[in-house]
Design a protein around this ligand. Structure first.
Ligand code: 2RA
Length: 330
């Protein structure tokens, strides 16, 4: 069976990567419908050597015979148009944070909680990029040793902010003042991703806390997070300090990760072997290294986790959810 796929935000960085991943995975597509804002209307995009014309997104866009709509066009567009698509019985896989914490909206990382995809009521949310790459190694460790507490520190690429972030880094290297960020990101770090809330935490930090609990089905998990923008183009890096209720042998813990789906272990410090953004960029795996016991607690470990934030962190995870949908006949 082939499917009709809609892409909302087709000309954005993630939107274009949806198309690339759909081609790479040879996703069974009959018709493709590309939607974007008025400024991209009429743009031509090649897919499987066929030319598609970008249409302006409007209320009638979902009167077309679309089976699954992939959204990456910001929270406001998702808020307005996902319910319209849902009303037409189109399954939406949304990359914005809008619907992620709604009880009737599955928040899915296929390697971690694939079974949740079947609980959808026509809206499924793709988690935040830094959350996706973190829960891939944390799930097998939670199953083995029951996580008690997690401390996240992230080092996030500017592509997480879209074209604006990339431009600010490129221009910053030429001493041109930033437009997207409040300060230069070149030769700098910004402890400020998304907006600050009155709790002193940014929305990005709260996403990591609440989304991790939902995906792992562990609402009791003690988690804190500090998310930082760094002068890297592609790939987010996450330092995770994880404390367990059960004891572990380090070699056994490493083997748990070695066997886990979607993970590439890169961990041999004596040979300078560890994950880095330049390694993860352009791939779909989650790279884990610097695995070492945290001697400051009874049962704890430190991990260094790197993944391409536009692929596994957004577009690939979204298409993997779509593959789960068609495998389970929705
Ligand atoms: C960021 N994770 O990196 C957020 C949204 N992509 O800006």
């Amino acid at each position: 069976k082939n499917y009709n796929i809609g892409i909302v935000g087709a000309t954005g960085m993630v939107g274009r990567t949806f198309l690339k991943i759909l081609e790479e995975k040879n996703f069974p597509i009959d018709h493709l419908y590309l939607f974007a804002s008025s400024k991209s209307k009429g743009e031509k995009i090649l897919f499987r050597s066929k030319e598609y014309v970008v249409e302006e997104l409007n209320e009638d866009s979902f009167n077309k015979p679309i089976d699954i709509a992939l959204f990456s066009a910001g929270g406001e567009i998702s808020k307005k148009f996902a319910p319209i698509a849902k009303s037409k019985k189109i399954v939406v896989i949304d990359n914005s944070s809008t619907w992620r914490l709604y009880d009737d909206v599955p928040l899915v990382v296929p390697e971690v909680n694939p079974e949740d995809v079947l609980k959808h009521d026509y809206i499924i949310s793709n988690p935040n990029c830094s959350t996706i790459q973190s829960v891939v190694p944390l799930k097998p460790l939670d199953d083995a040793y029951h996580i008690k507490r997690i401390i996240f520190s992230t080092y996030q690429a500017v592509s997480g902010s879209g074209v604006g972030g990339v431009k600010d880094l490129e221009n910053g290297l030429k001493n041109i003042p930033p437009k997207k960020y409040p300060y230069p990101i070149a030769f700098n770090c910004l402890p400020h991703i998304d907006e600050f809330t009155d709790t002193g935490y940014t929305k990005e930090e709260l996403k990591m806390i609440y989304e991790t609990r939902k995906i792992l089905h562990r609402n009791d998990l003690n988690i804190t997070a500090t998310t930082v923008r760094v002068p890297v183009m592609y790939s987010h890096s996450v330092s995770a300090n994880v404390e367990f209720d059960k004891d572990f042998e380090l070699e056994e813990l490493v083997n748990v990760l070695r066997k886990a789906k979607g993970i590439i272990l890169m961990d041999n410090p004596k040979e300078n072997i560890y994950p880095m953004p330049i390694i993860a960029e352009g791939t779909d795996e989650v790279y884990v290294g610097r695995i070492r016991r945290d001697f400051s607690v009874k049962s704890g470990v430190n991990l260094w986790i790197v993944a391409d934030n536009i692929r596994k962190g957004a577009a690939t995870n979204t298409v993997q959810i779509a593959e789960l949908l068609i495998k389970n006949q929705f």
